[in-house]
Design a protein around this ligand. Structure first.
Ligand SMILES: Cc1cc2nc3c(=O)[nH]c(=O)nc-3n(C[C@H](O)[C@H](O)[C@H](O)COP(=O)(O)O)c2cc1C
Length: 401
């Protein structure tokens, strides 16, 4: 099987003009209520005009205690937000590009100081980074209400004109915390076996499918992380099969959790300067302490290798185990890598995040032959600096402000 990069293709009946998708990227461009702003609309128009096959939004929160500690997260927790999302989807659709809403609850990867509520998780385990408090272990009725809130969010997304939703099951956020044996230590029906840890997702899928038979539901998963007792490819295969049988339409394969440092978005140099400038943990640290701790932090934040196409092998293994489309993300920044991944049949689609930050029209540049690789240098300042402002490319340099 071979998949040409620049020919139309479908996911759950949604037509994409090519096989390159903009992966979910928190833009920090929502207003106080969590509604999309003009700035976000303009960004998506650039990405759509710039040739993307589809746009997956930055993560949108389903309830206040799951809100991101990063600035200005999109929220999809109230019906009043539907009209502003409808305006966004109508505008993007004018350019013939589908738009999918990523739905998330941050679980223990957020801060009470931002949400105003205790952090929650499957089990009361402190996060290495978000460790100001021990998260509250969710009770049965709280899990039920999270499931209902995800289902309500999916309904809002449909009413707002999104072409589908993507459940965020990756990167150590709440649903990923349930799936991983490292963060899920429960002994009840929500923990233990893979099936039990998957139960929250299967309940979400069943209830979405009961109410909205054909609405496309995608999932972003971790093929693996490096936590002791955490996710490994063999289990991710099992989870992918469970997703397929629960009615999921496509699986995007990623890896890593936030507390591992630079494993989700890899790169050669830990962005320590950006960390010191922006992070809630370090920005107020005295200069002397910053200097002293820099070597340790650089060591702790080092990224695994390789930096290119780093989830492709795992995605290929998952693709062999399911019959729904597989999307691969992570370091696919060069057209030769993208073409060989698709044409070799290792993945049905590829997605990118950082290349769209530096060049929203990167897909047109690829398809017209103007450029064969992204200009992204993987400095990852974009990922750190969203703690204090809109997403943008810093190209390894910090502003003086
Ligand atoms: C600034 C920034 C924000 C991100 N926000 C999200 C997000 O909201 N949801 C998500 O699933 N992944 C998010 N990611 C991860 C990317 O989708 C992607 O998995 C990762 O960057 C690796 O792909 P890349 O090499 O193409 O950048 C973000 C990445 C960056 C750099």
């Amino acid at each position: 099987m071979t998949f040409p990069v620049f020919e139309p293709a479908t996911i759950a009946g949604i037509t994409l003009q090519n096989r390159i998708i903009r992966s979910a990227t928190h833009e920090s461009m929502a207003d106080e209520a969590g509604a999309p702003t003009e700035a976000l609309e303009k960004l998506y128009v650039k990405v759509a005009k710039g040739g993307a096959g589809a746009i997956i939004t930055g993560y949108a929160g389903i309830q206040q205690d799951g809100k991101s500690s990063l600035l200005n997260m999109l929220m999809i927790n109230r019906d009043e937000l539907i009209p502003s999302y409808r305006k966004l989807t109508d505008t993007v659709h004018e350019h013939g590009v589908p738009v999918i809403l990523q739905i998330a609850h941050c679980g223990r990867q957020t801060r009470s100081a931002v949400t105003g509520l205790p952090t929650v998780a499957p089990s009361p385990l402190k996060d290495f980074i978000f460790n100001e408090e021990t998260p509250h272990a969710l009770e049965e009725n709280e899990i039920e209400s999270i499931i209902d809130n995800v289902v309500a969010a999916a309904e809002r997304a449909k009413k707002a004109g999104f072409d589908g939703i993507q459940l965020h099951l990756a990167h150590g956020y709440l649903l990923s915390q349930f799936l991983s044996g490292y963060t899920n230590r429960r002994k009840d029906r929500w923990g233990g076996s893979t099936e039990n840890r998957f139960r929250i997702v299967s309940e979400i899928m069943n209830r979405i499918r009961k109410r909205q038979d054909n609405f496309p539901v995608l999932a972003k998963i971790n093929a693996y992380d490096n936590r002791p007792g955490g996710m490994r490819v063999e289990e991710a295969i099992k989870i992918s099969r469970l997703l397929e049988s629960s009615g999921c339409d496509a699986i995007e394969v990623s890896s890593g959790v936030v507390e591992e440092g630079l494993s989700i978005m890899r790169g050669p140099e830990p962005p320590v300067k950006a960390l010191f400038k922006s992070s809630f943990r370090f920005s107020t640290m005295p200069a002397m302490l910053k200097r002293l701790s820099a070597p340790f932090i650089t060591f702790a934040m080092r990224s695994p290798k390789p930096y290119r196409a780093y989830n492709l092998e795992a995605a290929n293994t998952i693709k062999r185990a399911v019959s729904i489309p597989v999307i691969t993300v992570g370091g696919l920044h060069e057209l030769t890598d993208i073409a060989s991944a698709l044409e070799g049949g290792s993945t049905d689609f590829i997605s990118m995040s950082r290349p769209f930050i530096i060049e929203p029209d990167i897909v047109s540049k690829f398809s017209t032959g103007k450029q064969t690789r992204s200009r992204c240098i993987m400095c990852n300042y974009c990922a750190l600096m969203i703690e204090s402002g809109n997403v943008t490319c810093y190209y390894g340099k910090l502003p003086d402000r």
